[in-house]
Design a protein around this ligand. Sequence first.
Ligand code: 13P
Length: 283
Amino acid sequence: MRTRLDHLVTSALQRGSAVPAFTCYDFTTAMAVVAAAEEAGRGAILLVAPKTAATPNGLRLIGALRGLADAASVPVAVQLDHATDLQVMADAVAAGADSVLADGSALPYEDNIALVRGARALLGPDVVLEAELGGLAGDEDRAFGADQSGVAVAGLTDSALVEDFVSRTGAELLAVAVGNVHGKYKGEPQLRWDVLQDIAVRTHIPLVLHGASGIPAEELVKAAAMNVGKVNFNTELRTGVLATLQDQLPGHRSDGENLQGLLGHWNSSARTFAAKTLATLTR
Ligand code: 13P
């Protein structure tokens, strides 16, 4: 059943859990995520990247994800991730997204607020808005290098701005920069739980942790206690699917160009990752 993203996250937090959100560039991955959520009896969030939503096929994918969410036996929300362009936001919502991350984190503070307010004015009160304060380093769609050539932390959310930012944007969720990055971490991730705690006491709205790929499970389990109700994954999901495809491709080519069989492996790689993540974040 499709569910408002803020309601899904708030009710998970009331149980001491966080909801995982997975970037879906395709329908096979989305079906795997929903199947894992149904098996776990928990909700999940399907994320669509802005580059996907900026194409006609991407908008059709959003429509298909909405249908998948509607038909699911557990709560599922469809969110446009990291959007900076109001037209892309409007198109994604018209196509079926019910939540948007209006991401002005790379802009000066006042411009960040103006972007979120502009999104609200355009999209209306029923679209759930996430806003981001404190920019994350790294590419949202591609990840290069591990360890020393990975992504270094860009900066931290200034907790002194949180109350003003939340009240002036009217966002329902707040994405934070607390040592997290998109893509592969340079060395071990060092999450700043002290900064997160400082943010958590300054706002009642749920917090969002982006860049969760590579953060160990024993760290992620602490998230909900700090009011982090949504945790975003992309790189680890992609890495698993691509490794599986690389491994399975030769055998499936020689097995009569068996695309259907290959897609089955794609689905099961994504499903296994989603199931593991749901188990980590659920109490
Ligand atoms: P990772 O690719 O680092 O998992 O980040 C995903 C993300 O935050 C999507 O918004």
